[in-house]
Design a protein around this ligand. Structure first.
Ligand code: RAM
Length: 925
C-alpha cells in the first residue's frame, strides 16, 4: 500500500472513531439515591447514582459506565479527587453505590457520568450534577432548642388536651461584610414557618413533618444567600404544636412530657472575605404568643385574630424589646437530628371551580366538587370585630347540612376575627382538613355570597407523578381519579389512613395494601423509604420484633397485628421490585427478620400457628356479626396470622437471596414451608376451608401466598369460585383480601370473572361508591348510599385508600405494563382486553430507565397495541390475539429482527422479546 494511502486510512480511522464517539449522546436525568436532583441538605453520605440513557436509534443498552466524583467542578472529569469508578463493564445505570472518600456534613460534591453503548462506543460526559450534605451529626449543631413555655398557660382543648398558643420567635443580627453564601439549618418540635428579613424562606408546609420524635427529628436546609443583607437582618419563626405537641400525639408522656413547641435553627453564613458567622437559636431570642394565630391544631383547626397582627414583626427594623425572653434546652444525644430524607409537603393544586350549594341568613355552603386535603383560601367581606367561622365536611346530609359525624372528635373548624371592615383574605397555616364542602358564616350580612369567595388548596408531599392510566370507560377513569386523589390526600408527610377525622395516623396495614399502586402512580420511592425508617425506629423499641399498628407509634402499641406489621417486609419488597434499589432491602433486612421472629415468639401450643392480635380482613362486606363487632370480618384471625407469617417468611427468604445471605435463604424458606403446611392442615380439608363461614379471603390468602399443596390448591381455587358465585359475582373482601383478589383470579386465568367483579355496579363493588357520588376511595364498601344515607358507624372515612389497591391490576393487566425484573430492567407488556367493557386502555410509567408505555384499542375488529420500551431494558410483549402470520408490526408483517424475537406463539397469543424502541402491533380479532 502506498504510504499516502496508508496515511489516509489511518486518518479516516481516527476521524471515524472520534465522529462515532461524538454521536453518542450524553446520559440524562441524573439522580441521587431515591430520586433526588441536585439536593442541598442531603441526608446520606453514602449515596447511590442513577442516570438514564437518551432515547434515540443508536442507543439500545449500556455496556459499561464511569462515574466521577469531585470536590469542585473544575476537577471533573479527569481529576476526580473523591471517587473515580473507572470504566466498569456493567449494564447497571441505576443505584450505583458511591465508593469514594468519606463525605462530611456540609460538603458540596460534584459528579458526572458517561456510558458505553451496546457497540462499546463511549458517550459524552453528562452535565455536572451536585449535592450538598446537610448536618449529619448532632454534634454539628451549636444551636439550642428555643421557645416560650406555653404549657404554663394551661389552655385546655378538646378532651381536655393541653393546647399551646402558637409562638412568634425572632432575633435581629448584623452581618459585618458581604455575603458569599448562607445556609439555614432548621427544625422544630412542632411545626414552623421561617422568615428572613420579612420574606418567606420557603413554600414548605407543616415542616419538619412527622417522625418518631423520641428517636429522630428531621431537619431542613435552605439556601438563603439571597435573603440576607450586609448590616441588619432578622430571622423570625412562627411555631405551632403540629404533630409533636398536638393532641394527635395523644400520649403526653411520649415526647418529653408533651413539652411546649421549640425551634432549633442554625444560620451559617460565609462571607466574601472567607470569614464565617453563625447565628443560632439560643437565649438571645425573643418571643411572644400575642400574634394573630391564636390557636392551631391538626384535628381541630386554626383561630386567627387579625387584631393581634404585628406589623413588620419579621423585619430587621422591628423593636422586640418588650417581647418575652425565651427558654432554651440543649440538644439531647438520644434524639437523632437528621436531614429530611424525603420531599416536604407543599401546596400542589388550587381548586377554583366552586359552586354555591345553599345560602342562609349569614351563612353559605360551597362545593369544591372534589374531596380534597389541605386548606381553604377565603376572600370575604367582613365587619370589624366579627368572627368568620369556616366549617368543613366531606359530604352533605340530605338537607344540605354538614355530615361531620365521621370527623368524630376532630373539630376541623377555622375562625378568622376581623380587625377592620372590608375584604379579608385568609388561608390557615398550621392545620389541614379533609373536605369537599365548606360553610362560611359570620361574614358581612350585606355581602352576597359568591363562588369566588372560596378556593381549595390541595396539599401533599411534593413527589412527582409517575404514571398515567386511562381507558374508554368513564367509571373506570373515575376510579383511577378516586384512587390517585385518595393517595395524594393521604400522603401528607407520612402515609395516613385518613385525612379528616381524629385519626390521620400511619396505619401499617393500609400502607402495605396500597404501596404497589402508589408506586405506579407517583414517585414515592423516597416517601416510603423515609417512613420505613420511622417504622424500624418504632419496631426496634421492642425486643421481640413487634411492629406497631401505626408509625409513628403514638398509640404506644402493645402487640403486633398480622397483616399490619407485615408492612415491614412487604413494602421494602414492593419498593425493590418497582425501583430495583437494593438499598431498601439492606436497610430493612434486620427489621424484616425481626418481624418474622415476632410471629415465631407467638407460637405457643400448636407448631407454626401463632396466637396474637389481628384486625383481620378489616371491613369485609356483609360480616356475620353486627356493627362494630363485624369490622373484623369472618375470616378467622388464626388463619390470617398463619398466612401472613408464612408469606413474610417467604419474602424474607427471597430478600436474603437478593442480598446473598445463603443461610437465611434456606432457613426462611424452610420456615415458610412448615408454616404453609400447618396452615393447610389446620384450616382446610381437601382444599375446603373448614371454618364456620366460607370467605373469599380464606382462599385468597392460601392461594396467593402459595400455602397449599399443588393438588389441594386446584380444589381451593374451585371453592373460591363457588364462593364468588354465591355472592352473585361480587367481591366479598376487606382490606387484606381485596388487593389479592385480582392477582389470584388472574393467575387462575379467570380474567373475564375479574372484569365482571370490577365492573359491578351494585354493592359491594368499586363502582358502587362512584354511583353514589364518590370522588375519593371510601373506608367502607358501604360508607354511603343515596338510598340509605351514611353508614351509622362514626368510623366512616370518605377518603381511605386501601380499596384503591385495585389500581395495581389496572396498570399491570388491564393496560398491561409491569416490572418483570426489579426496577423494570425487564418489562412485561401483557394487556388484557375485555371487549364487553372496554375498547381501549393506556398506561405510561416513568421507569428508572425512562418512560415506558402500553396502549391498546380495538377498532374495526382490529386490536392495536402501541408500546414504548426505554433504553437499557428489554420487554416481553404478549399480544393477546391472533395468528403469527397476521401480525403487523410498524406497518409490515411480523418478521424476526434484531429488535424483535419470537418467544412463542399459540392460538391465544403471541409472545415476543423486544429491544428498546417504539412499536405498533396490529392483529385482527
Ligand atoms: C382504623 C384505621 C385503619 C385501620 C385500622 C385497623 O381505625 O382507619 O384504616 O387499619 O382501624
Amino acid at each position: 500500500m502506498p504510504l499516502t494511502l496508508l496515511f489516509c486510512c489511518i486518518v479516516s480511522f481516527f476521524v471515524c472513531v472520534s465522529c462515532n464517539q461524538e454521536e453518542i449522546k450524553r446520559p440524562q436525568f441524573l439522580k441521587l439515591s431515591e430520586g433526588f436532583k441536585n439536593p442541598i441538605g442531603f441526608y446520606n453520605a453514602n449515596p447511590t447514582f442513577s442516570w438514564e440513557l437518551p432515547i434515540y436509534e443508536q442507543i439500545k443498552a449500556q455496556s459499561a459506565y464511569q462515574v466521577v466524583v469531585a470536590s469542585s467542578k473544575e476537577l471533573l472529569p479527569n481529576n476526580a479527587d473523591l471517587w473515580n469508578s473507572k470504566k466498569r463493564k456493567s449494564t447497571q445505570s441505576t443505584f450505583v453505590k458511591y465508593q469514594g472518600k468519606a463525605l462530611e456534613s456540609r460538603q458540596k460534591v460534584y459528579w458526572q457520568v458517561r456510558y458505553w453503548n451496546q457497540d462499546k462506543n463511549a458517550s459524552e460526559w453528562s452535565e455536572i450534577n451536585s449535592f450538598e450534605l446537610g448536618l449529619l451529626n448532632n454534634t454539628d449543631w451549636q444551636a439550642k432548642w428555643t421557645g416560650l413555655d406555653t404549657s404554663k398557660d394551661s389552655i385546655k382543648g378538646v378532651r381536655n388536651f393541653l393546647m399551646h398558643r402558637p409562638q412568634y420567635l425572632r432575633k435581629g443580627f448584623e452581618l459585618s461584610s458581604d455575603i458569599a453564601s448562607a445556609r439555614l439549618y432548621i427544625t422544630a418540635k412542632g411545626v414552623f414557618d421561617v422568615h428572613l428579613n420579612g420574606k418567606d424562606v420557603s413554600d414548605d408546609v407543616m415542616t419538619p413533618g412527622w417522625t418518631p420524635y423520641n428517636h429522630r427529628i428531621e431537619t431542613l436546609t435552605y439556601d438563603v444567600t439571597e435573603l440576607l443583607e450586609t448590616g441588619k437582618n432578622a430571622i423570625a419563626v412562627e411555631l405551632a404544636s403540629g404533630w409533636h405537641s398536638g393532641r394527635i400525639s395523644r400520649l403526653t408522656a411520649l415526647y418529653d412530657n408533651f413539652s411546649s413547641p421549640k425551634i432549633l435553627c442554625q444560620l451559617e453564613v460565609v462571607m466574601k472575605d472567607g470569614s464565617k458567622q453563625t447565628i443560632i437559636s439560643d437565649e438571645s431570642w425573643k418571643g411572644t404568643t400575642k400574634g394573630p394565630i391564636r390557636l392551631a391544631g391538626i384535628y381541630d383547626g386554626e383561630v386567627y385574630d387579625a387584631n393581634f397582627e404585628i406589623q413588620n414583626w419579621n423585619a430587621a427594623t422591628f423593636d422586640d424589646s418588650n417581647w418575652e425572653l425565651v427558654e432554651v434546652e440543649s440538644i439531647s444525644s438520644e434524639v437523632k437530628l437528621a436531614p429530611k430524607r424525603h420531599q416536604t409537603v407543599k401546596n400542589q393544586l388550587v381548586l377554583k371551580d366552586v359552586e354555591i350549594v345553599s345560602v342562609k341568613e349569614n351563612s353559605a355552603v360551597f362545593n369544591l366538587k372534589q374531596n380534597m386535603v389541605g386548606v381553604p383560601k377565603v376572600k370575604v367581606q367582613m365587619k370589624k370585630g366579627d368572627t368568620l367561622k369556616i366549617r368543613f365536611s366531606e359530604m352533605l346530609l340530605k338537607d344540605n347540612t354538614f355530615y361531620t359525624k365521621n370527623y368524630r372528635s376532630a373539630k376541623s373548624t377555622d375562625y378568622y376575627i376581623a380587625a377592620k371592615n372590608g375584604v379579608i383574605e385568609y388561608t390557615p397555616k398550621f392545620t389541614f382538613h379533609g373536605f369537599q364542602f365548606l360553610e362560611l358564616s359570620g361574614y358581612d350580612k350585606n355581602a352576597k355570597p359568591d363562588a369566588s369567595w372560596v378556593q381549595g388548596i390541595a396539599q401533599h408531599s411534593d413527589f412527582e407523578k409517575n404514571g398515567t392510566f386511562t381507558s374508554s370507560h368513564d367509571k373506570l377513569n373515575q376510579l383511577q381519579s378516586n384512587i390517585t386523589w385518595g393517595l395524594r390526600d393521604n400522603f401528607f408527610d407520612i402515609p395516613t389512613d385518613c385525612p379528616q377525622r381524629d385519626e390521620r395516623l400511619g396505619w401499617t396495614g393500609d400502607a402495605q395494601v396500597i404501596a404497589p399502586t402508589s408506586l405506579f402512580n407517583y414517585d414515592v420511592h423516597a416517601f416510603w423509604t423515609a417512613w420505613l425508617q420511622s417504622l424500624r425506629e418504632n419496631q426496634f423499641e421492642h425486643k421481640d420484633g413487634m411492629v406497631p399498628f401505626i408509625v409513628p407509634d403514638v398509640l404506644q402499641t402493645k402487640s403486633g397485628s398480622s397483616g399490619w406489621g407485615d408492612a415491614a417486609v412487604i413494602i421494602p419488597w414492593d419498593i425493590y421490585n418497582a425501583t430495583g434499589d437494593i438499598t431498601v432491602l439492606e436497610e430493612s433486612y434486620e427489621s424484616t427478620k425481626n418481624w418474622v421472629g415476632y410471629y415465631q415468639s407467638k407460637v405457643k401450643k400448636e407448631p407454626y400457628l401463632p396466637k396474637m392480635h389481628s384486625f383481620s380482613d378489616w371491613l369485609q362486606p356483609y360480616p356475620s356479626k353486627p356493627g362494630k363487632l363485624g369490622n373484623r370480618g369472618d375470616t378467622p384471625k388464626d388463619l390470617i396470622h398463619a398466612a401472613f407469617f408464612a408469606h413474610s417468611a417467604h419474602l424474607v427468604s427471597k430478600i436474603a437471596n437478593v442480598l446473598g445471605k445463603k443461610d437465611d435463604v434456606k432457613k426462611y424458606k424452610d420456615l415458610y414451608e412448615s408454616v404453609a403446611n400447618a396452615f393447610e392442615n389446620a384450616f382446610f380439608e381437601d382444599g375446603k376451608f373448614t371454618g364456620e363461614k366460607q370467605t373469599q379471603t380464606s382462599y385468597l390468602l392460601g392461594i396467593y401466598f402459595d400455602l397449599f399443596k399443588p393438588e389441594t390448591k386446584l380444589k381451593a381455587q374451585k371453592y373460591l369460585l363457588e364462593e364468588i358465585k354465591n355472592t352473585d359475582y361480587h367481591l366479598g373482601t376487606g382490606f387484606l383480601g381485596t388487593p389479592i383478589l385480582p392477582k389470584v383470579l388472574d393467575d387462575m386465568g379467570e380474567i373475564d370473572l375479574m372484569y365482571k367483579i370490577l365492573f359491578k355496579e351494585t354493592y359491594p363493588s368499586w363502582f358502587y361508591s362512584i354511583n353514589q357520588g364518590a370522588t375519593t376511595m371510601w373506608e367502607r364498601w358501604n360508607s354511603y348510599s343515596k338510598a340509605d344515607g351514611y353508614n351509622p358507624q362514626p368510623m366512616n372515612s370518605l377518603n381511605h385508600y386501601a380499596y384503591g389497591a385495585i389500581g395495581q391490576w389496572m396498570y399491570e393487566r388491564i393496560a398491561g405494563l409491569s416490572s418483570l425484573e426489579p426496577g423494570y430492567k425487564k418489562i412485561r407488556i401483557t394487556p388484557l382486553p375485555n371487549t364487553e367493557f372496554l375498547t381501549s386502555a393506556s398506561v405510561s410509567v416513568k421507569t428508572p430507565y425512562g418512560k415506558a408505555s402500553s396502549s391498546w384499542k380495538i377498532e374495526n375488529s382490529t386490536f392495536n397495541l402501541e408500546v414504548v420500551i426505554p433504553p437499557n431494558t428489554t420487554a416481553e410483549i404478549q399480544i393477546p390475539y391472533g395468528i403469527q402470520d397476521d401480525l403487523i408490526v410498524n406497518g409490515s408483517t411480523f418478521k424476526e429482527t434484531s429488535n424483535l424475537k419470537l418467544i412463542s406463539s399459540d392460538s391465544d397469543s403471541i409472545k415476543i422479546l423486544a429491544e428498546p424502541g417504539t412499536y405498533n402491533f396490529q392483529t385482527k380479532l
